[in-house]
Design a protein around this ligand. Sequence first.
Ligand code: FPP
Length: 267
Amino acid sequence: MRTKDIGRLSHKEREILSHLDAKRLPHHIAVIMDGNGRWAKKRHLPRIAGHKRGVEAVRSVATTAANIGIPSLTLYAFSVENWKRRPKTEVTFLMTLLKTYLKQEVSTFNDNNIRLEYIGRIHELPLDVQQVMNWAKDATSQNTGMVMTLALNYGSRSELADAFNAIVEAAANNGGLEHLRKKAIDEETIGKYLYTSHLPDPDLVIRTSGEMRLSNFLLWQLAYAEIYVTETLWPDFDGKHLLTAIADFQKRERRFGGLVEKAEHSA
Ligand code: FPP
């Protein structure tokens, strides 16, 4: 952790941070951002007001995570199910919000040394959204700090199906399907063909708004992750809540199916 970066945290964040073990920070935090609609409903506001406030929560969590030295943060912003099961007006609003968010946040990403990545069936998103996404990714590509991955039009089962199809295609191009039959597909091979091949597996997954579900998010990659569920709705979640979740993570005894905690986190 660099002194300059900690200086950017609020007084309360620094207080929580002082109780954390800097050597045992999670390497990769995944977040299921949930509760925007309920946040708005509680205030008699339209659902989109919750999504707008959700953007501020994203900013707070991303900058705090980057400033304390978390290497990777992955946010579940839009699922394949969201695409099909939400009113068209809400989906259109979310796409517009994403474009606005990316355009306005690039300076924050660059200021905090955050590199942007995406996972999901990105090619199915509207072309104008893809253009802004590519622009924002390019504009942050030189940053060397935290990798922030947005899961957009993402589903874990479709990710696995895409990976298996890519493995079959690679085998077909490399000596035909006969080659595939002889080749053992192991866990490492599957990992290389997932959208997340650029990332270690998350060691902590956070879900807001109290739901006890993974909702088709990183099912393969979360095999050994610690799960933290908070009642806080996503628009109310911020850097302080993130640090509280990390404090809880540091109390866990991680066994990876064995008897004692490994000295090093698994990749
Ligand atoms: C879940 O709340 C949230 C979403 C489906 C969208 C996530 C979007 C944001 C946090 C804001 C935009 C983010 C970016 C990166 C631009 P919900 O609508 O399912 O809430 P509910 O369960 O209370 O109805």
